[in-house]
Write a protein that binds this ligand. Structure first.
Ligand code: ADP
Length: 613
């Protein structure tokens, strides 16, 4: 397998580029040298053969061939060459190594045949005489023009091979050294090329992971330095752009998350792009989880899905209202949210819809207020209609002749007067209710620290006459140190209303206990406890609503308007306090008012006061 790393790819390529020519050149050089050496050797042998041939020809001049054999042996002493002289009939007549008589006929040797033919015979073959491979060169020696003998020089191939081996081993050492050098140079060059690239690779990996704090080192060759420069510049621009994008995204997120309105944006495929925290809360969904999901899957509300679908296709802005059921967990009751949706399509430069934006307003409170207002108008009309109908009836009766009967007329007029009083008290109560609400809203109620005991005492005094008519005892218990931030007349009106109710809804000769004390957290607590008819538990929560009565007929008979407790609630709210009731049917009811602690106030020495009515 070819290695993947650049350094090794370069290294092996260089090694191949350097190694292959070295091998080829070495092989070629060795081959040439071998040929050259052999040619040289043959030429050498030829030259020697010519020299000895000349001497042999001298011997051949005489009638007798001289002692050629001893000449061969003498000459061979001075040179490692073997000399052989062969007669034209193939008989060996002289040899530097052996006794010619013991040698076989050489007439069939190829070099001898060539020499007898007048040519230079060259051959390389196994010598039967010496039992080794030899190179032979044979020349004709002439007597006159006729070949009188053949002079042959020979040399052992083993000696040539040994010489060549020595040469080869030197070449091998040189090649090995060159290969080592080539490997080293290849490695250094590859490393030099790949190192800056590897460093840049590490740097760009960090860029890719969003870390632009690194700067690529400008190292190595020119191109690498320029590339590092380019990459650094690119990273700088990328970092600038990313921080701009991040800043813009943070700004957008901050704007979206600080919006009270829910914002949902979808793309053309109806997948959620953005959903702000208000929308997440309204639809009770995990925003992160919803991103990228189809709107139907994310919000699970078919009406919203239809609305956004229609918005995507609509030319202009769209609007609708919807009722969203809110499933509460645990003991909390399920409820409903009134939502107002505004939608508009998001368009690209060519005007093509690429998504839709929906702004959601929670108008539950507005709707509730609207309903309260409607109920209130209906209730007021209803409350006023009863006495008005009654008045009209009696007036008509009077007009139709009842005037003639004085006693009847007086009775009717007294009823009319009562009904007018009733209308009057309703109007009075409504007026004071709206005044309290208005003052509380415009914060014109001036709360000053005051003794709760004074309020309770004067409220009890106001009701004392009414209580005494029914023989009911009013008992006020309050420490003088109990203080609260209050607008005295208002708080007194609230306590009067509670005592008035306690008297109204108690049988004769009972006791109403009015108590004031300081709670553990420094807040002041007012209690109005009666021994009256009590209030069934299911009504306890609603008795503070306008015109809410447990027993309408009884309340009307007692001259109640159904607004007394509502006034109490608004007065207490204007004092930033709380009011609630506890009751047991047949045993009695207790109304509690808690007012917040007076800040930085030292209470005076405690003293008890108990004033039975
Ligand atoms: P009303 O003018 O009818 O008394 P309120 O707003 O003062 O109107 O009281 C609302 C209703 O609460 C009354 O109609 C009555 O049914 C009930 N209620 C208030 N106070 C008492 C009480 N002390 N004992 C029993 N029922 C009470």
């Amino acid at each position: 397998m070819w290695p993947k790393k650049l350094i090794w790819q370069l290294y092996f390529s260089y090694l191949l580029l350097m190694g292959v020519p070295v091998i080829i050149v070495t092989w070629y050089a060795a081959d040439t040298f071998t040929r050259f050496y052999r040619t040289q050797m043959v030429e050498e042998l030829t030259a020697r053969a010519y020299l000895i041939g000349a001497q042999i020809e001298e011997h051949l001049k005489g009638p007798e061939i001289g002692n050629v054999d001893s000449l061969c042996k003498v000459l061979a002493r001075k040179t490692p060459t073997r000399f052989t002289v062969i007669a034209p009939n193939g008989k060996v007549i002289g040899d530097s190594e052996k006794n010619p008589d013991s040698m076989e006929n050489h007439g069939s040797r190829p070099e001898i045949i060539a020499a007898l033919d007048g040519r230079v015979g060259v051959s390389e073959r196994f010598s039967v005489t010496l039992s080794e491979h030899m190179v032979y060169v044979a020349l004709p020696a002439y007597k006159g023009t006729a070949v009188a003998a053949v002079v042959r020089t020979s040399f052992p191939v083993a000696v040539i091979k040994a010489a060549l081996r020595r040469l080869y081993s030197r070449i091998a050492v040189a090649v090995a050294f060159m290969a080592l050098l080539a490997a080293l140079v290849s490695y250094l060059v590859s490393r030099n090329i790949s190192l800056p690239i590897a460093a840049m690779k590490r740097g760009t990996q960090r860029f890719a992971s969003g870390d632009f704090s690194v700067k690529l080192q400008k190292a190595g060759y020119q191109e690498a330095r320029q590339l590092a420069d380019g990459l650094n510049e690119m990273a700088r621009q990328l970092s600038d752009r990313l921080s701009t994008i991040t800043e813009q995204r943070n700004e957008r997120d901050a704007v979206l998350s600080s919006m009270i309105e829910g914002v949902v944006a979808i793309d053309a495929e109806e997948r959620v792009i953005t959903i702000n925290s208000a929308a997440g809360e309204l639809f009770s969904i995990d925003r992160e989880h919803a991103k990228g999901k189809l709107i139907g899957e994310a919000l699970r509300n078919i009406e919203v899905q239809d609305f956004l679908n229609a918005t995507l296709k609509a030319e202009g802005p769209a609007e609708c209202e919807l009722l969203l059921p809110v499933r509460a967990g645990g003991a909390t009751k399920d409820s409903e949210l009134f939502l107002q949706l505004h939608g508009s399509a998001l368009r690209n430069g060519q005007g093509k819809a690429i998504g839709a934006l929906m702004v959601v307003n929670d108008i539950t409170t507005i709707k509730k207020l609207e309903n309260i207002r409607k109920d209130f108008v209906a209730n007021v009309s209803h409350e006023l209609r009863t006495p008005l109908t009654s008045i009209k009836g009696y007036v008509e009766t009077l007009q139709n002749g009842a005037m003639e009967n004085r006693a009847e007329a007086e009775r009717f007029l007294s009823i009319i007067s009562n009904q007018v009083d009733r209308i009057n008290s309703i109007v009075e109560d409504l007026l004071s209710l709206s005044r309290i609400e208005r003052d509380a809203e415009s914060k014109t109620i001036d709360l000053t620290p005051g003794a709760v005991r004074d309020v309770l005492s004067s409220a009890a005094d106001t009701c004392r006459h009414k209580a005494s008519v029914k023989g009911i005892a009013l008992e006020v218990t309050c420490d003088v140190t109990v203080r609260a931030l209050m607008e005295k007349p208002l708080l007194e009106q609230a306590v009067v209303n509670l005592i008035d109710n306690a008297i109204n809804y108690s049988e004769e000769k009972k006791t109403v206990r009015i108590r004031g004390r300081t709670g553990e957290g420094g807040e002041s607590l007012i209690e109005v406890r009666d021994e009256g008819i009590g209030i069934p538990a299911e009504h306890l929560e609603r008795i503070f609503e306008r015109f809410y009565r447990v027993d309408k007929a009884r309340s009307r008979k007692l001259g109640g308007t159904g607004l007394g407790l509502s006034i109490v609630k608004h007065i207490v709210l204007a004092h930033k306090g709380r009011v609630w009731a506890e009751s047991e049917v047949g045993t009695g009811s207790t109304f509690y008012i808690v007012l917040p602690a007076v800040p930085d106030e030292t209470n005076a020495a405690p003293s008890q006061e108990k004033r039975p009515a």
